[in-house]
Ligand binder design. Sequence first.
Ligand code: GLN
Length: 322
Amino acid sequence: MDITITHSQIKEAVEQAYNECKDIKGGHNADYIPFLANIDPNLFGISLTLPDGTQFNVGDTEYKFGIESVSKVLTAILVLKQQGAEAVLKQIGADATGLPFNSIFAILLENDHPSTPLVNAGAITACSMVEPKGDSWGKWEAIINNFTALCGSEAQVLDELYKSESETNFNNRSIAWLLKNYNRIYDDVPMSLDLYTRQCSVGITASQLSVCAGTIANGGLNPVTKEQVFAKDLAPKITTLISTVGFYQNTGDWLYTSGIPAKSGVGGGVLGVLPGVMGIAAFAPPLDPAGNSVKAQAAVKAVMNKLGLGVFNGDRVTVVAD
Ligand code: GLN
């Protein structure tokens, strides 16, 4: 079916979703990273970006929160760009683990590769694959410049979050060394882990994340800066990874009920990509037991339902200004 949606319908859907979801209770801030436990749990924002650059924002969309696991998407794009889709498949993989994001068990089960760049193991491997190899500073420049290009504006590490994460990331240290044991780290181990920790500690706004989502939805062309950040044929690759594992062990339920591939982070962010139509981001700190923001999930789902959109609906969607 051909369906047409107007800008005012989108604006209304985003505002209604915000009003309906703002009082939702439930969930807890992540507390295994001490810094995150102290973030105001009432913060909440929704941001939607269209391929023409129009953005709809409601709530706390300029608050800089920890990007956490949503960063895995951005660095997976960098590695896809630098090394190609085939290398990512071969050296990391593209399979869901069906297990929590920080699972060590998943590594033992999949002993030929760490499964996907969107769980901790694969994301640490992805950091090890970033070029220039062996050059910590050069690799970080590549990672953060890629964040800026995707989000359309600069993003910086939240120093206190980085410190808090570095001091408490014992599970990730185990993952990194276990990967090394299986020859799945392609650079220095502590360096790869540190780059991963640092990228998770980047402060990002919902508005920036929705530009990033919009860039993926728009085939790599940033809707705001008009820069072609990555080649169009990589967009379905990254969206596949998001679809299959974006919410970890809850990904199937999520896609089934929301109709949009999305990636979460324990900072409370969710980034959703509807190819060719829009990018959306929502942010609220309290998380469900799988580490996905309770309110941000509800908000993205509400926007999708109100607009009658779904990645598998088979509709040709046209968005028009009014
Ligand atoms: N930095 C966090 C970690 O490695 C990210 C996890 C997440 O957001 N799901 O545990």
